[in-house]
Write a protein that binds this ligand. Structure first.
Ligand code: PSV
Ligand code: MN
Length: 435
């Protein structure tokens, strides 16, 4: 296998250096949780089951539509992106899957790619189709839409692309297809609002029919950009209508950045859970709109409250028995100009893990009692107590047990991986990731 990885011995040496302090912190947290009636061993066991997938497109600096400032050693193809993903997994231990974007990641040899992924300790999460850009040589343009286009030939081309994504995904062992559409209009009157949605549902039915029985189809909503007046799948309500029209394998995907300001995201999540149609997440964070900032960097309490809904739902027997089973996918979707993407994805994976672990600390019985009694202060305090607990030693313990790094960023910097890649990888000419 060609390519570079972070040496196990480097990780082990760094961990040995930090372990004494970690043991003390872990012990202190264990005692503090014990006083609250929580067994730290149970939380570690639950935390060890956590996973979040990384986006293949997140390993290059996505930039903005105004410019892109590539980092040295940026991966040039899917093979190199897998090596970078392996670094994130080796150091954090919680990102064993990669979500691919077609055609950006179209493999020449899917089985070969699957083999390489296996050797790197990786697998594949949802496939993402792309009918928001025209590809070289493609007969029809998506300028005025894809699955919603007024011209049946354009819709057919977009449907065929999604079917091709499923075929590639099957070869790779993926089990889901995510459809995000840029379809919409930027001016009133441009598009018939109802008919555009009818056409999307009709097109998606063609894709849904071809979906393997053990696959899921996720529709991802977004209120605006690139359409600035009316995006066809603009919010969770439309996404839910589509899922319900298609059938039980169709679920809704929530990208945290795809909401209008001040949207109550955790309530959106609760509603989709109630409808039994929550398929998964694209984690990221935002201050203004779809900013694609690192998960947990702006609104960590919101991230915690989202996980609070998930953990609460996991405890419900009816949901555990539901068809399809309640197990929303965790995926990251972020890419921007200012950070080394590997560091950024490691930070985000840890922040998402942190929010999840904190949600397990919520005293659910007490919360339910306070809610019943309308004791607002104590109910809120119950959540805050969990949120304010520093669970870093639990996250570190999970990494340590998996042979990952107690301090992923420090080991990454010490490894010199980025500098090695800067020497080995010549810069790519242009990029399709300037979105
Ligand atoms: C669209 O903004 C989006 O969130 C979708 O998930 C796309 O697949 C991804 O970003 C592409 O960058
Ligand atoms: Mn997304």
């Amino acid at each position: 296998m060609s390519g570079t990885r972070i040496g196990r011995d480097l990780i082990a040496r760094a961990n040995a250096r930090d372990e004494r302090h970690h043991r003390r912190d872990f012990q202190a947290l264990g005692e503090w949780l014990d006083r609250r009636g929580i067994d730290i061993r149970q939380i570690v066991a639950a935390a060890a089951r956590f996973e979040v997938a990384v986006p293949s497109w997140g390993f290059a600096q996505g930039g903005t539509r105004f410019g892109r400032f590539p980092i040295a050693g940026e991966p040039r193809d899917i093979t190199e992106r897998l090596f970078d993903a392996a670094v994130v997994q080796d150091l954090t231990g919680v990102t064993p899957r990669v979500s691919l974007h077609i055609p950006w990641d179209t493999p020449r040899d899917p089985k070969g790619l699957q083999r390489l992924a296996g050797q790197l300790g990786l697998g594949f999460d949802a496939m993402n189709s792309n009918t928001f850009q025209d590809q070289p040589g493609q007969p029809h343009s998506y300028k005025f839409g894809s699955l919603s286009h007024t011209d049946g030939a354009v819709r057919r081309q977009a449907i065929e692309h999604n079917l091709a994504c499923i075929a590639i995904g099957r070869a790779l062992g993926s089990k889901a297809l995510t459809v995000w559409l840029a379809d919409g209009g930027s001016f009133p009157g441009q598009q018939h609002l109802r008919h555009a949605l009818d056409r999307v549902v009709d097109s998606l039915e063609n894709i849904y029919t071809a979906l393997p029985r053990d696959w899921r189809l996720f529709t991802e909503h977004k209120p605006f950009e690139p359409a600035f007046y009316a995006t066809v799948i603009q919010d969770w309500g439309t996404s839910l209508m589509i899922a319900q029209a298609l059938g039980p394998q169709a679920l809704c995907l929530v990208d945290l950045g795809h909401h209008l300001p001040n949207c109550n995201l955790e309530q959106v999540v609760a509603r989709l859970i109630a409808a039994n149609r929550l398929g998964g997440f694209h984690f990221n964070d935002s201050k203004y709109a779809d900013d694609d900032l690192s998960a947990g960097s702006i609104k960590p309490y919101q991230l915690f409250l989202v996980f609070n809904e998930l953990v609460d739902a996991e405890g419900e027997p009816a949901l555990r028995r539901s068809r399809p089973a309640f197990r929303p996918r965790h995926m990251i979707d972020q890419s921007h100009n200012h950070k080394d993407p590997i560091e950024d994805l490691m930070l985000s994976a840890v922040e998402i893990h942190r929010a999840c672990v904190k949600a397990w600390l919520v005293d659910r019985r007490a919360l339910a009692a306070y809610q019943e009694a309308n004791d607002v202060v104590m109910a809120e305090r119950t959540l805050k107590t969990a949120f304010e607990t520093d669970v870093s030693p639990i996250l570190a313990e999970v990494r340590l047990r998996r042979g990952a790094a107690l301090d992923p960023i420090a080991v990454y910097r010490q490894s010199g991986y980025r500098q090695q890649q800067a020497r080995a990888r010549q810069p790519s000419l242009g990029s399709h990731l300037n979105i």
